[in-house]
Write a protein that binds this ligand. Sequence first.
Ligand SMILES: [Zn+2]
Length: 119
Amino acid sequence: MTGPQLAPSMPVQTLDSLRQRAISLYVQYGSWRRVAALWGVSVGTVIRVASGYEPKRTGLRAALGLPPLVTLQTGPGVAITSGAILITSSRTCPCGRSFIPNHPSRTHCPTCRPPRRRK
Ligand SMILES: [Zn+2]
């Protein structure tokens, strides 16, 4: 058998990459049931993901390799809507952009503080 094999330890991925993978596996195997068996989830879940639905349950997200969701409580001056769903590793720069830090000490987005060039 050739093609992508989905291990339980799938890398963290976006909903869009997961959706595209579901569709390409369906094209490859011609069966949603088969894709569901490969992923270890229900047929309904696979079809919902393929149509763009974002799974919310923590265990299901982990099984699919999606990052956990957090609900954000915002205070004054925060440029993100309260209740927005964010990837837990994202941060907000004082300029208002959300970014994924490349280092734990990074507090500003790459636009405000471009990474230093190696000498
Ligand atoms: Zn910034």
